[in-house]
Design a protein. Structure first.
Length: 191
């Protein structure tokens, strides 16, 4: 069984997290049944953007990265506290550990910013939310910001806004399984 860790910061955007949950879930039911997704955060209860509450499976402090095969990081809204959690050293250490162990990392929108702050994108190509302020922030972390919807560099995928979510999640599934399996799940989901 391939295990995906969905790393959630307060203020995470529900839609950006839900595509990972749905794609991995669809694979459990309709695909090759080889993947499972787990959530984690700095606290057991995490609030999303727009203040919905979620209970995560694990605390960041309880994670053994060697037990997981991939990491997914959705973006979120600053006004809901996203960067407070996303820039916390414990949060960044999880990202660093996944990279150090050579595991696939997928992010959506400003989910690329904690990746940048962690240092794993320094000197690499990446993208983030197509807003000048967010692009400048990513560039300040030593990242070559590319103006395209999805950028992959050394098994790290970044994307620029929620419109890219499904493609990033399906790319993650393809990396964990096969292209034909990911294509099957894409078709069954109607994309």
């Amino acid at each position: 069984m391939k295990k995906v860790l969905l790393l959630l910061a307060d203020g995470f955007e529900i839609y950006e997290a839900s595509v990972f949950i749905d794609v991995i879930g669809w694979n459990q039911v309709e695909g090759d049944k080889s993947t499972r997704l787990f959530t984690c955060g700095l606290r057991k209860e995490i609030k999303s953007s727009f203040n919905q509450r979620f209970i995560v499976d694990y605390l960041v402090s309880d994670i053994d990265v060697s037990e997981f095969d991939a990491l997914a990081v959705p973006g979120g809204f600053e006004v809901y506290g996203f960067y407070k959690d996303a820039y916390d050293e414990q949060f960044l250490d999880i990202i660093r550990d996944f990279k150090a162990q050579g595991k696939f990392i997928a992010s959506v929108c400003v989910g690329a910013l904690p990746l940048g702050k962690s240092g794993i994108l320094k000197g690499k190509k990446a993208t983030t939310y197509n807003n000048p302020i967010r692009r400048a922030a990513l560039q300040e972390f030593g990242v070559e910001v590319i103006n395209q919807p999805i950028v992959t560099s050394d098994d790290v995928v970044t994307s620029w806004n929620p419109s890219t979510d499904i493609d990033v999640a399906l790319h993650l599934l393809e990396k964990l399984t096969t292209k034909s399996n990911a294509d099957k799940v894409r078709r069954l989901m109607g994309f």
